[in-house]
Design a protein around this ligand. Structure first.
Ligand SMILES: Cc1cc2nc3c(=O)[nH]c(=O)nc-3n(C[C@H](O)[C@H](O)[C@H](O)COP(=O)(O)OP(=O)(O)OC[C@H]3O[C@@H](n4cnc5c(N)ncnc54)[C@H](O)[C@@H]3O)c2cc1C
Length: 279
């Protein structure tokens, strides 16, 4: 069924933008900056459809909205399009649609923010927004190793200046405590009270956070990833069965209430052809 919801036609218009600056972290990660009036008004947690010209178009969270008018996406090379983006140069052009979807709402007095892997792209913008609003979040960043924590210096700086509490954890123990982000959350919520749990990262991590939050009665705002094609609620590729919710426009950020309705969350994703696969 075609979505009955009205989408923002202007946001959906394809804009061709120059790549103004690229920050590279090894061959695996890059932050790509460009200028776009509409993206400057992004809500933390929203995403863009980024078109590598003459190649594919993929969803990427907005990670940077800077005071000097630059906007940025942070990309991890995992396949053809993301690897092409990781090696893009300044002066080349990109296609942009969006921002799309529902982002995070800043709520509560004691928020806990958790990012796993490249999920840090969307959590970074939220953390920066909170520090500007005078909210003091606790931020857990879980990565495989120290090299994958690409915003470490920025978060350390924010923490040393009293804007947030920063807790890095790594699978191999090369930075912070050794272990999973969800294990650290489990320990922390036993010792302290939090009223909002924000998360973005692998779905296994999000599902673990969800179960912890349900037990403790904490409200969640979790950002999900699904294979996306249209981003405007038409193709149905990113539906969360049986909830009727679409990740592209009802999400990517979902609350407890939404997630409880879905049998897919934590269990199944769809491939490009629509086939369901267990997570
Ligand atoms: C809302 C949202 C926000 C995202 N934000 C970021 C981000 O900020 N930074 C980042 O690096 N990645 C982000 N991703 C994931 C990123 O879109 C995929 O890694 C990318 O599409 C892979 O494309 P590829 O051609 O490089 O890889 P492929 O070779 O096509 O596939 C590699 C893997 O990525 C998955 N994938 C491929 N295409 C899509 C798609 N259109 N949507 C979702 N998954 C896909 C495949 O199932 C496969 O597991 C986000 C995804 C979503 C849905």
């Amino acid at each position: 069924m075609v979505s009955q919801k009205l989408f923002d036609l202007d946001a959906n218009t394809l804009r061709i933008r120059n790549v103004v600056k690229v920050l590279r972290y090894s061959t695996k990660y890059a932050i790509i900056f460009f200028r776009d009036e509409r993206v400057l008004r992004t809500e933390a947690g929203q995403y863009l459809m980024v078109w590598v010209i003459e190649d594919d178009e993929i969803p990427l969270s907005v990670s940077h909205v800077e005071d000097d008018g630059l906007c940025g996406v942070t990309v991890k090379g995992v396949g053809r399009t993301t690897n092409a983006l990781c090696s893009i140069s300044e002066g080349l052009k990109l296609g942009i649609r969006g921002p799309f979807g529902r982002g995070y709402k800043v709520k509560g007095k004691k928020p806990l923010l958790v990012a796993g892997g490249i999920g840090v792209a969307s959590i970074r913008l939220l953390a920066v927004k909170m520090t500007k609003l005078g909210v003091f979040p606790t931020l857990i960043i879980g990565t495989r190793s120290a090299d994958d924590n690409i915003f470490h210096n920025e978060f350390l700086d924010l923490s040393e200046n009293g804007f947030l509490r920063y807790i890095p954890v790594t699978d191999d123990g090369s930075l912070g405590e050794k272990g999973l982000a969800s294990e650290k959350v489990d320990k922390l919520v036993r010792a302290e009270e939090f009223d909002q749990l924000y998360g973005c990262g692998p779905e296994k991590m999000l599902y673990a956070l969800f179960k912890i939050a349900l037990k403790k009665g904490i409200q969640v705002q979790l950002s999900l990833e699904r294979y996306m094609k249209c981003a405007v609620g038409i193709c149905g590729q990113c539906s969360l069965d049986d909830s009727g919710l679409l990740v592209c426009e009802d999400g990517p950020v979902f609350s407890n209430k939404d997630l409880l309705k879905s049998n897919d969350f934590g269990r199944f994703v769809r491939t490009a052809s629509g086939k369901k696969l267990p997570i």
